[in-house]
Design a protein around this ligand. Structure first.
Ligand code: UD2
Length: 306
């Protein structure tokens, strides 16, 4: 039995879909704060859905009794919200993760694969980001992901529970929610390109870069971490090792849709990182090979929105 925490969210729902495709038994725990039932409506007959919270240790202890493997995607996902409410971020992301690891340990779960984030690198200008670089958290969100990685290692070392942490860079693709101004930039832009006259806002000069990774490649990284025991107890960047600026992205979107976007420039966001991309040689050694260039990923994404 597989458990996906946050299985009604963007990334969790794609992992759940892949496991259902593989004919695995799947259970989802989600409190539906940011996750949505519509994200799993296509697999609802094939999964067991439990509306619940990872802050509820008793619930986890009960629900993990028949679980072999866990993908831990539940979290407060917004950096901005974590700055507004650090205590809540700590409860969900840190205590919630610790609850999960403890319940997994007690129930003899075989492996826990956890979602970490490139946020832990902070604004260290050295590029590309390697896993052995110093972590410099700049938000409660980043601090909570550091504690997730550390607890993961500790449970792997002293509690005999296999864990892997995956540091996601800028993930994009179908089912990503574009509704807030702090949603992923590609979900906001793609959504806008569905209009006849797309209007985009760029914070800064548009030359900032990100390592955008398509959701299907992120699912593959998770499947790899599940399969490869040599990855246990370690941390891996999950990205494409390519950087694209926002202006390049807009150009690609204009080509795909044959539309011209109107761009409004606003002040660079506070704390915004200028350039970001990942060294992925560590995970490549285990067979990770991203399949989707930014063009291919965006084409797929646009098709899903039509
Ligand atoms: C990503 C993660 C965040 C955290 C952070 C760590 C997402 C959605 N967010 O933030 O959780 O891990 O990395 O570094 O993956 N922008 C615009 N116009 C818009 C929206 C955004 O110009 O309408 C800019 C934004 O100011 C930034 C870039 O686009 O320069 C990317 O923004 P983002 O929010 O998609 O992702 P990022 O890298 O800030």
């Amino acid at each position: 039995m597989f458990l996906i925490t946050g299985g009604c969210g963007f990334i969790g729902s794609h992992i759940a879909t892949e496991l259902v495709k593989r004919n695995e038994d799947v259970k989802i725990i989600d409190n539906l704060t940011t996750g949505k039932m519509e994200n799993i409506e296509h697999i609802i007959e094939d999964v067991k859905f439990i509306e619940g919270d990872i802050r509820n240790l008793e619930l986890l202890e009960k629900e993990l009794r028949d679980v072999d493997y866990i993908f831990h995607e539940a979290a407060m996902v917004s950096v901005v919200k974590s700055v507004e409410n650090p205590l809540l971020c700590n409860e969900i992301n840190t205590t919630g993760t610790l609850n999960l690891l403890q319940a997994a340990h007690k129930n003899g779960v075989k492996k826990v694969i956890m979602a970490s984030s490139a946020a832990i690198y902070g604004d260290d200008p050295e590029l590309p980001k390697r896993e052995d670089m110093l972590r410099t958290p700049l938000s409660p969100y980043a601090a909570s992901k550091i504690s997730l990685e550390d607890y993961g290692k500790i449970y792997n070392e002293i509690y005999d529970l296999n864990t892997v942490s995956l540091r996601y860079f800028n993930v994009y693709g179908p089912r990503q929610d574009p509704s807030s101004s702090y949603s992923g930039v590609l979900s906001i832009f793609s959504n806008e390109f569905m209009n006849p006259d797309p209007e985009l806002t760029i914070y800064g000069d548009g030359k900032q870069t990100r390592d955008f990774v398509f959701i299907k490649d992120v699912v593959e990284a998770n499947m790899l971490a599940l399969k490869r025991n040599e990855m246990n107890g370690k941390i891996y960047n999950v990205a494409c090792n390519k950087q694209n600026s926002l202006l390049e992205i807009i150009q690609i979107m204009e080509e795909i849709t044959d539309k011209k976007a109107q761009i409004n420039y606003e002040m660079r966001r506070k704390g915004d990182i200028k350039y970001s991309y990942a060294d992925i040689s560590r995970i490549k050694k285990h067979g990770f090979a991203p399949q989707y260039s930014i063009k291919e990923g965006l084409k797929k994404y646009f098709n899903s929105l039509l």
